[in-house]
Write a protein that binds this ligand. Structure first.
Ligand code: SF4
Length: 315
């Protein structure tokens, strides 16, 4: 698969661009994930013309109308940052990004819970970095995370699943726009969507079935919105157990009773938090190969991302 293009805060790549001349290298992002990703680095503070080293900054004022201000000399950098960000966003729109990884806690790059100081110097964690806010407003459906949140295995799984799915969707967009291509993509992603949201699974099924009544462009746009919204919702052991049970229906005639029992056991163990998802997935992949089940063979749910990323390994 072609590499996935992701925007990233430059300091996470180990570049010495921070206010103190340092970096915040993240080895998972550069090493493990880096094998599958082409990063587009963005350092708002340096790219808007500030030097390395520079005075540290913070957000001040009301979280709804926060200002970016240097801590010691109180220079207000807000307008300068906004002007630069608006220009940079138009360049990034041509990059075909499938997501962005922000540096946490930064008044320029942080995506949530950034400290905003009131006039008494007291912080509330309600701010969003100036560049991150403009980026997320401009690309509301793009998957975004920060490196701190990506240490949480569930959030990491979710983000990576979304960027890989978006990349596959972009491949569909490169082909001829046709109902057939859309149905093909949807068919392959049905169980993945079901694992995130039975409600979206139903809605998207109806949209694809009724698609004949809509102009193709509108159908694609609606589908893309629902796809990204559905995958944003978290999976859970209960939802995954539901999908695995649904899959068992396809083996009704083929699985001998001992294999049926083994499958039911691993589903239950996973539902009760005793084993990670990778265990039933490995078993089901084995049965899909053994019994050559054509519908399940094409389901991305069984292989949504490369094994090297070691996802679905947590309980
Ligand atoms: S947090 Fe953002 S602005 Fe600060 S050094 Fe990193 S990339 Fe640059």
């Amino acid at each position: 698969m072609e590499k996935i293009k992701l925007g990233i805060s430059t300091c996470l790549l180990g570049e010495n661009v921070r206010y103190d001349g340092g970096h915040k290298l993240d080895r998972f992002l550069t090493g493990t994930l880096g094998q599958f990703v082409e990063y587009v680095p963005v350092c708002p503070e340096v790219e808007c013309g500030l030097t390395i080293s520079r005075e540290a900054m913070r957000l001040e004022g009301d979280p709804e109308s926060q200002r970016l201000v240097t801590i010691r000399t109180k220079s207000d950098m807000t307008e300068r940052m906004i002007r630069w960000a608006q220009k940079r966003i138009t360049e990034l729109a041509n990059e075909d990004l499938c997501g962005f990884i922000f540096k946490s806690d930064s008044p320029s790059s942080g995506m949530e819970r950034i400290k905003v100081y009131n006039e008494k110097g007291k912080p509330v964690k309600k701010g969003v970095g100036i560049f991150a806010r403009i980026f997320m407003e401009h690309f509301p459906l793009l998957p975004v995370e920060d490196e701190g949140r990506l240490h949480d295995p569930k959030l990491r799984d979710n983000f990576i699943e979304r960027i890989f799915t978006l990349k596959r969707w972009r491949k569909v967009l490169e082909r001829k726009v046709s109902r057939r291509n859309l149905v093909d993509f949807h068919t392959r992603h049905k169980l993945l969507i079901l694992a995130h949201s039975p409600r979206y699974y139903q809605m998207m099924g109806k949209l694809v079935a009724k698609g004949k009544d809509l102009p193709l462009k509108e159908l694609y746009q609606k589908y893309q919105t629902l796809l990204m919204e559905s995958l944003y919702l978290k999976t859970s052991p209960k939802k995954n157990a539901n999908v695995l049970q649904h899959m068992m229906g396809y083996f009704k005639e083929q699985l001998p009773s001992d294999e049926k029992q083994e499958s039911l056991d691993v589903i239950d163990f996973h539902r009760n938090g005793l084993i990670p998802l990778i265990v039933p997935i490995t078993l089901f992949n084995h049965y899909v190969r053994k019994y050559d089940q054509p519908y399940l063979k094409q389901q991305t749910y069984l292989n949504p991302h490369p094994l090297e990323l070691q996802l679905r390994n947590h309980v």
